[in-house]
Design a protein around this ligand. Structure first.
Ligand code: DAH
Length: 354
Protein backbone atom coordinates (compact mmCIF):
# COMPACT_ATOMS: atom_id res chain seq x y z
CA UNK A 1 0.00 0.00 0.00
CA UNK A 2 1.39 3.36 -0.96
CA UNK A 3 1.79 6.04 1.79
CA UNK A 4 -1.68 6.74 3.16
CA UNK A 5 -3.44 9.60 4.88
CA UNK A 6 -5.33 9.22 8.12
CA UNK A 7 -8.62 9.78 6.34
CA UNK A 8 -7.81 7.09 3.83
CA UNK A 9 -6.72 4.67 6.58
CA UNK A 10 -9.90 5.24 8.57
CA UNK A 11 -12.01 4.73 5.48
CA UNK A 12 -10.29 1.41 4.77
CA UNK A 13 -10.83 0.26 8.35
CA UNK A 14 -14.50 1.19 8.16
CA UNK A 15 -14.81 -0.80 4.94
CA UNK A 16 -13.15 -3.80 6.55
CA UNK A 17 -15.53 -3.58 9.52
CA UNK A 18 -18.47 -3.37 7.14
CA UNK A 19 -17.15 -6.36 5.22
CA UNK A 20 -16.77 -8.37 8.46
CA UNK A 21 -20.31 -7.48 9.45
CA UNK A 22 -21.59 -8.69 6.09
CA UNK A 23 -19.45 -11.85 6.26
CA UNK A 24 -19.33 -12.79 9.93
CA UNK A 25 -16.70 -15.43 10.72
CA UNK A 26 -19.20 -17.20 12.89
CA UNK A 27 -21.24 -17.88 9.75
CA UNK A 28 -18.42 -19.48 7.74
CA UNK A 29 -20.05 -22.65 6.42
CA UNK A 30 -17.01 -24.90 6.50
CA UNK A 31 -13.32 -24.96 7.32
CA UNK A 32 -12.32 -24.01 3.76
CA UNK A 33 -14.59 -20.94 3.73
CA UNK A 34 -13.26 -19.92 7.16
CA UNK A 35 -9.67 -20.17 5.98
CA UNK A 36 -10.47 -18.16 2.86
CA UNK A 37 -11.78 -15.36 5.08
CA UNK A 38 -8.77 -15.59 7.39
CA UNK A 39 -6.35 -15.25 4.44
CA UNK A 40 -8.35 -12.32 3.00
CA UNK A 41 -8.19 -10.40 6.29
CA UNK A 42 -5.17 -11.63 8.26
CA UNK A 43 -3.02 -13.25 5.55
CA UNK A 44 0.32 -11.82 4.42
CA UNK A 45 -1.45 -9.31 2.16
CA UNK A 46 -4.78 -9.43 3.93
CA UNK A 47 -6.72 -6.20 4.41
CA UNK A 48 -6.07 -5.87 8.18
CA UNK A 49 -2.40 -6.86 7.78
CA UNK A 50 -2.04 -4.06 5.20
CA UNK A 51 -3.70 -1.54 7.52
CA UNK A 52 -1.35 -2.48 10.34
CA UNK A 53 1.63 -2.09 8.03
CA UNK A 54 0.34 1.29 6.80
CA UNK A 55 0.33 2.70 10.35
CA UNK A 56 4.00 3.54 9.85
CA UNK A 57 3.02 6.26 7.36
CA UNK A 58 0.84 8.06 9.91
CA UNK A 59 1.84 10.68 12.53
CA UNK A 60 2.85 9.56 15.98
CA UNK A 61 -0.45 10.82 17.45
CA UNK A 62 -2.46 9.04 14.79
CA UNK A 63 -0.49 5.86 15.40
CA UNK A 64 -1.18 6.05 19.14
CA UNK A 65 -4.86 6.60 18.54
CA UNK A 66 -5.51 4.20 15.64
CA UNK A 67 -2.92 1.46 16.32
CA UNK A 68 -4.71 -0.08 19.34
CA UNK A 69 -8.02 -0.07 17.39
CA UNK A 70 -6.49 -2.17 14.62
CA UNK A 71 -4.66 -4.40 17.12
CA UNK A 72 -7.75 -5.13 19.15
CA UNK A 73 -9.68 -5.93 15.96
CA UNK A 74 -6.96 -8.39 15.07
CA UNK A 75 -7.09 -10.05 18.52
CA UNK A 76 -10.88 -10.31 18.29
CA UNK A 77 -10.64 -11.81 14.80
CA UNK A 78 -8.03 -14.39 15.89
CA UNK A 79 -10.27 -15.47 18.75
CA UNK A 80 -13.35 -15.62 16.50
CA UNK A 81 -11.51 -17.71 13.93
CA UNK A 82 -10.33 -20.21 16.55
CA UNK A 83 -13.81 -20.46 18.02
CA UNK A 84 -15.47 -21.05 14.65
CA UNK A 85 -12.78 -23.51 13.67
CA UNK A 86 -13.40 -25.58 16.81
CA UNK A 87 -17.13 -25.57 16.10
CA UNK A 88 -16.71 -26.68 12.50
CA UNK A 89 -14.26 -29.43 13.44
CA UNK A 90 -16.60 -30.83 16.08
CA UNK A 91 -19.47 -30.83 13.60
CA UNK A 92 -17.44 -32.62 10.95
CA UNK A 93 -16.34 -35.31 13.44
CA UNK A 94 -19.98 -35.91 14.26
CA UNK A 95 -20.96 -36.07 10.59
CA UNK A 96 -18.13 -38.49 9.88
CA UNK A 97 -19.09 -40.86 12.62
CA UNK A 98 -22.71 -41.08 11.51
CA UNK A 99 -21.85 -41.28 7.79
CA UNK A 100 -19.42 -44.12 8.39
CA UNK A 101 -21.99 -45.89 10.52
CA UNK A 102 -19.75 -45.90 13.56
CA UNK A 103 -22.81 -46.41 15.68
CA UNK A 104 -21.36 -47.81 18.86
CA UNK A 105 -24.81 -48.65 20.16
CA UNK A 106 -25.37 -51.25 17.41
CA UNK A 107 -25.07 -54.88 18.49
CA UNK A 108 -21.90 -56.61 17.28
CA UNK A 109 -22.05 -58.69 14.09
CA UNK A 110 -22.92 -62.27 14.92
CA UNK A 111 -20.14 -64.66 13.91
CA UNK A 112 -21.02 -66.91 10.95
CA UNK A 113 -22.48 -70.15 12.32
CA UNK A 114 -21.95 -73.55 10.79
CA UNK A 115 -24.84 -75.83 10.04
CA UNK A 116 -25.43 -79.51 9.65
CA UNK A 117 -25.37 -80.70 6.04
CA UNK A 118 -28.87 -81.67 4.83
CA UNK A 119 -27.72 -85.24 4.18
CA UNK A 120 -26.35 -85.48 7.72
CA UNK A 121 -29.53 -84.12 9.27
CA UNK A 122 -31.63 -86.53 7.16
CA UNK A 123 -29.43 -89.43 8.23
CA UNK A 124 -29.63 -88.33 11.87
CA UNK A 125 -33.40 -88.15 11.64
CA UNK A 126 -33.58 -91.65 10.16
CA UNK A 127 -31.24 -93.21 12.69
CA UNK A 128 -32.96 -91.27 15.49
CA UNK A 129 -36.30 -92.88 14.63
CA UNK A 130 -34.79 -96.35 14.27
CA UNK A 131 -32.92 -96.07 17.53
CA UNK A 132 -36.19 -95.24 19.32
CA UNK A 133 -37.50 -98.48 17.79
CA UNK A 134 -34.66 -100.44 19.35
CA UNK A 135 -32.11 -100.58 16.53
CA UNK A 136 -28.54 -100.08 17.62
CA UNK A 137 -25.76 -98.47 15.60
CA UNK A 138 -23.47 -100.69 13.52
CA UNK A 139 -20.73 -99.84 11.07
CA UNK A 140 -18.44 -101.46 8.55
CA UNK A 141 -15.54 -100.34 6.36
CA UNK A 142 -16.05 -98.68 2.97
CA UNK A 143 -13.51 -101.01 1.34
CA UNK A 144 -15.13 -104.39 1.87
CA UNK A 145 -14.36 -108.00 1.08
CA UNK A 146 -16.02 -109.75 -1.83
CA UNK A 147 -17.31 -112.28 0.71
CA UNK A 148 -19.15 -109.75 2.85
CA UNK A 149 -20.43 -107.60 0.00
CA UNK A 150 -21.56 -110.55 -2.14
CA UNK A 151 -20.92 -114.20 -1.33
CA UNK A 152 -22.26 -114.33 2.23
CA UNK A 153 -25.26 -112.32 1.11
CA UNK A 154 -26.15 -115.26 -1.13
CA UNK A 155 -24.59 -113.76 -4.26
CA UNK A 156 -21.91 -116.31 -5.21
CA UNK A 157 -19.25 -115.54 -7.78
CA UNK A 158 -20.61 -115.56 -11.34
CA UNK A 159 -24.17 -115.25 -10.01
CA UNK A 160 -26.12 -112.98 -12.35
CA UNK A 161 -27.28 -110.95 -9.34
CA UNK A 162 -23.82 -109.40 -9.21
CA UNK A 163 -24.96 -107.53 -12.29
CA UNK A 164 -27.34 -105.54 -10.04
CA UNK A 165 -24.30 -103.77 -8.69
CA UNK A 166 -21.80 -101.89 -10.84
CA UNK A 167 -18.82 -102.38 -8.62
CA UNK A 168 -15.61 -100.44 -8.14
CA UNK A 169 -12.81 -102.99 -7.64
CA UNK A 170 -9.55 -101.88 -6.06
CA UNK A 171 -6.24 -102.35 -7.84
CA UNK A 172 -3.71 -104.63 -6.13
CA UNK A 173 -6.25 -105.53 -3.46
CA UNK A 174 -8.85 -108.26 -3.00
CA UNK A 175 -11.19 -105.58 -1.62
CA UNK A 176 -13.89 -103.61 -3.41
CA UNK A 177 -15.81 -100.44 -2.56
CA UNK A 178 -18.98 -101.67 -0.89
CA UNK A 179 -21.96 -101.33 -3.21
CA UNK A 180 -24.49 -101.31 -0.37
CA UNK A 181 -24.66 -101.28 3.43
CA UNK A 182 -25.87 -104.90 3.47
CA UNK A 183 -22.37 -106.33 4.25
CA UNK A 184 -22.73 -104.72 7.69
CA UNK A 185 -25.48 -107.32 8.29
CA UNK A 186 -22.83 -110.01 7.90
CA UNK A 187 -20.34 -108.20 10.15
CA UNK A 188 -22.94 -107.63 12.87
CA UNK A 189 -24.14 -111.23 12.84
CA UNK A 190 -20.59 -112.60 12.84
CA UNK A 191 -19.68 -110.57 15.90
CA UNK A 192 -22.73 -111.22 18.06
CA UNK A 193 -25.27 -113.91 18.74
CA UNK A 194 -28.99 -113.43 18.09
CA UNK A 195 -31.37 -111.84 18.88
CA UNK A 196 -30.06 -108.75 17.17
CA UNK A 197 -31.48 -105.44 15.96
CA UNK A 198 -29.08 -103.11 14.15
CA UNK A 199 -29.10 -100.14 11.80
CA UNK A 200 -26.09 -99.45 9.61
CA UNK A 201 -25.87 -96.01 8.09
CA UNK A 202 -23.08 -95.16 5.69
CA UNK A 203 -21.54 -94.41 2.36
CA UNK A 204 -21.77 -96.76 -0.62
CA UNK A 205 -20.26 -96.77 -4.12
CA UNK A 206 -21.53 -97.67 -7.57
CA UNK A 207 -19.73 -97.42 -10.85
CA UNK A 208 -22.40 -95.48 -12.65
CA UNK A 209 -22.88 -92.36 -14.71
CA UNK A 210 -23.73 -89.34 -12.58
CA UNK A 211 -26.94 -87.48 -13.40
CA UNK A 212 -29.71 -85.65 -11.55
CA UNK A 213 -30.81 -88.81 -9.71
CA UNK A 214 -27.66 -90.98 -9.70
CA UNK A 215 -24.38 -90.51 -7.92
CA UNK A 216 -21.38 -92.84 -7.85
CA UNK A 217 -21.10 -92.18 -4.10
CA UNK A 218 -24.21 -92.02 -1.98
CA UNK A 219 -25.60 -93.14 1.39
CA UNK A 220 -27.86 -95.86 2.70
CA UNK A 221 -29.29 -96.94 5.99
CA UNK A 222 -29.53 -100.69 6.48
CA UNK A 223 -31.84 -102.30 9.03
CA UNK A 224 -31.64 -105.87 10.33
CA UNK A 225 -33.71 -107.65 12.95
CA UNK A 226 -33.05 -111.28 13.87
CA UNK A 227 -35.07 -113.13 16.49
CA UNK A 228 -37.30 -116.15 16.91
CA UNK A 229 -40.50 -116.10 14.84
CA UNK A 230 -39.90 -112.84 13.02
CA UNK A 231 -42.50 -112.55 10.28
CA UNK A 232 -43.31 -110.39 7.31
CA UNK A 233 -45.90 -108.68 9.54
CA UNK A 234 -43.07 -107.47 11.79
CA UNK A 235 -41.32 -106.02 8.74
CA UNK A 236 -44.50 -104.28 7.58
CA UNK A 237 -45.26 -102.85 11.00
CA UNK A 238 -41.71 -101.61 11.46
CA UNK A 239 -41.51 -99.92 8.07
CA UNK A 240 -45.00 -98.42 8.46
CA UNK A 241 -43.94 -96.69 11.67
CA UNK A 242 -40.54 -95.70 10.23
CA UNK A 243 -42.16 -94.08 7.17
CA UNK A 244 -44.87 -92.38 9.22
CA UNK A 245 -42.31 -90.85 11.57
CA UNK A 246 -40.25 -89.72 8.59
CA UNK A 247 -42.97 -88.36 6.31
CA UNK A 248 -46.01 -87.79 8.53
CA UNK A 249 -48.75 -89.83 10.20
CA UNK A 250 -50.90 -89.95 7.05
CA UNK A 251 -48.20 -91.87 5.12
CA UNK A 252 -49.16 -95.30 3.75
CA UNK A 253 -46.84 -98.04 2.54
CA UNK A 254 -47.21 -100.55 -0.28
CA UNK A 255 -45.17 -103.74 -0.62
CA UNK A 256 -44.58 -105.09 -4.13
CA UNK A 257 -42.99 -108.50 -4.77
CA UNK A 258 -39.39 -108.14 -5.89
CA UNK A 259 -36.09 -109.98 -5.92
CA UNK A 260 -33.01 -109.57 -3.78
CA UNK A 261 -30.62 -112.52 -3.34
CA UNK A 262 -30.33 -111.97 0.42
CA UNK A 263 -34.05 -111.97 1.21
CA UNK A 264 -36.92 -114.35 0.56
CA UNK A 265 -39.57 -113.17 0.06
CA UNK A 266 -38.32 -109.76 -1.13
CA UNK A 267 -40.24 -106.56 -1.61
CA UNK A 268 -39.94 -103.09 -3.05
CA UNK A 269 -41.59 -100.70 -0.66
CA UNK A 270 -43.46 -97.62 -1.88
CA UNK A 271 -44.89 -94.78 0.21
CA UNK A 272 -47.99 -92.81 -0.68
CA UNK A 273 -46.95 -89.69 -2.57
CA UNK A 274 -46.11 -86.88 -0.15
CA UNK A 275 -47.00 -84.24 -2.69
CA UNK A 276 -50.49 -85.29 -3.77
CA UNK A 277 -51.39 -87.61 -0.85
CA UNK A 278 -51.86 -90.42 -3.35
CA UNK A 279 -54.19 -88.75 -5.81
CA UNK A 280 -51.57 -88.55 -8.59
CA UNK A 281 -49.14 -85.80 -9.63
CA UNK A 282 -46.04 -85.37 -11.83
CA UNK A 283 -43.69 -86.27 -8.97
CA UNK A 284 -45.24 -89.74 -8.47
CA UNK A 285 -45.82 -90.00 -12.23
CA UNK A 286 -49.56 -90.04 -11.52
CA UNK A 287 -49.33 -93.37 -9.71
CA UNK A 288 -49.91 -91.96 -6.21
CA UNK A 289 -46.88 -93.95 -4.97
CA UNK A 290 -43.17 -93.27 -4.63
CA UNK A 291 -40.71 -96.17 -4.72
CA UNK A 292 -38.46 -95.89 -1.71
CA UNK A 293 -36.66 -98.96 -0.46
CA UNK A 294 -35.88 -102.65 -0.66
CA UNK A 295 -36.72 -105.14 2.06
CA UNK A 296 -37.54 -108.75 2.83
CA UNK A 297 -37.13 -111.70 5.17
CA UNK A 298 -33.50 -112.71 5.59
CA UNK A 299 -32.66 -115.62 3.27
CA UNK A 300 -31.78 -118.90 5.07
CA UNK A 301 -28.50 -119.01 3.12
CA UNK A 302 -27.47 -115.69 4.69
CA UNK A 303 -28.21 -117.03 8.17
CA UNK A 304 -26.22 -120.19 7.40
CA UNK A 305 -23.28 -118.11 6.16
CA UNK A 306 -22.93 -116.59 9.62
CA UNK A 307 -23.69 -119.81 11.50
CA UNK A 308 -27.18 -118.88 12.60
CA UNK A 309 -29.53 -121.87 12.52
CA UNK A 310 -32.36 -120.97 10.08
CA UNK A 311 -34.59 -123.51 11.87
CA UNK A 312 -34.37 -121.40 15.03
CA UNK A 313 -33.79 -117.87 13.84
CA UNK A 314 -35.54 -115.69 11.34
CA UNK A 315 -35.42 -112.02 10.56
CA UNK A 316 -36.12 -109.14 8.27
CA UNK A 317 -33.84 -106.62 6.59
CA UNK A 318 -34.24 -103.42 4.65
CA UNK A 319 -32.04 -100.89 2.89
CA UNK A 320 -32.96 -97.31 2.08
CA UNK A 321 -31.18 -94.48 0.27
CA UNK A 322 -30.52 -91.35 2.33
CA UNK A 323 -30.27 -89.03 -0.68
CA UNK A 324 -33.62 -90.23 -1.97
CA UNK A 325 -35.30 -89.44 1.36
CA UNK A 326 -33.55 -86.06 1.62
CA UNK A 327 -34.58 -85.10 -1.91
CA UNK A 328 -38.21 -85.95 -1.22
CA UNK A 329 -38.33 -84.23 2.16
CA UNK A 330 -36.46 -81.10 1.15
CA UNK A 331 -37.76 -80.82 -2.42
CA UNK A 332 -34.30 -81.14 -3.97
CA UNK A 333 -34.44 -82.01 -7.69
CA UNK A 334 -30.76 -82.72 -8.42
CA UNK A 335 -28.74 -85.12 -6.26
CA UNK A 336 -25.48 -83.38 -7.29
CA UNK A 337 -26.46 -80.30 -5.27
CA UNK A 338 -25.68 -82.24 -2.07
CA UNK A 339 -22.03 -82.65 -3.00
CA UNK A 340 -21.14 -79.27 -4.47
CA UNK A 341 -20.96 -77.39 -1.16
CA UNK A 342 -22.51 -74.27 -2.64
CA UNK A 343 -23.50 -72.20 0.40
CA UNK A 344 -26.49 -70.75 -1.49
CA UNK A 345 -27.90 -74.28 -1.64
CA UNK A 346 -26.91 -75.38 1.86
CA UNK A 347 -28.14 -72.20 3.58
CA UNK A 348 -31.71 -72.85 2.49
CA UNK A 349 -32.17 -75.55 5.06
CA UNK A 350 -32.75 -73.55 8.22
CA UNK A 351 -33.87 -76.59 10.14
CA UNK A 352 -30.24 -77.65 9.93
CA UNK A 353 -28.88 -74.79 12.03
CA UNK A 354 -26.51 -76.14 14.63
N1 DAH B 1 -28.83 -103.70 -0.58
C1 DAH B 1 -29.91 -103.37 -1.48
C2 DAH B 1 -29.43 -102.36 -2.50
O1 DAH B 1 -28.50 -101.67 -2.27
C3 DAH B 1 -31.05 -102.77 -0.69
C4 DAH B 1 -31.69 -103.80 0.16
C5 DAH B 1 -32.75 -104.56 -0.31
C6 DAH B 1 -31.24 -104.03 1.45
C7 DAH B 1 -33.36 -105.51 0.47
C8 DAH B 1 -31.83 -105.00 2.25
C9 DAH B 1 -32.89 -105.75 1.73
O2 DAH B 1 -31.42 -105.25 3.48
O3 DAH B 1 -33.49 -106.66 2.51
O4 DAH B 1 -30.03 -102.26 -3.54
Amino acid sequence: MAAVTRAHWEKELAQLEAFLKAHPLAAASDLAALDELRVAVLGRSGSLTSLLKALKDLSLDDKKELGPKAQSLRVDLDAAIEARKAELEAASDLALSSEDALDLTLPAYAPARGRVHPLTSTLEEMTGILSLMGFSWAEGPLAESDDNNFTKLNIPEHHPARGMFDTFYLENSPLLMRTHTSPVQIRAMETSRPPLRIMAPGRVFRHEAVDATHSAVFHQVEGLYIDKNVTFADLKGTLDVFMQKLFGAQTKTRFRPSYFPFTEPSAEVDVSCLFCAGSGCPICKHSGWIELLGAGLVHPNVLKAVDYDPQVWSGFAFGVGVERIAMLRLGVKDIRAFYENDMRFLEQFDENLV
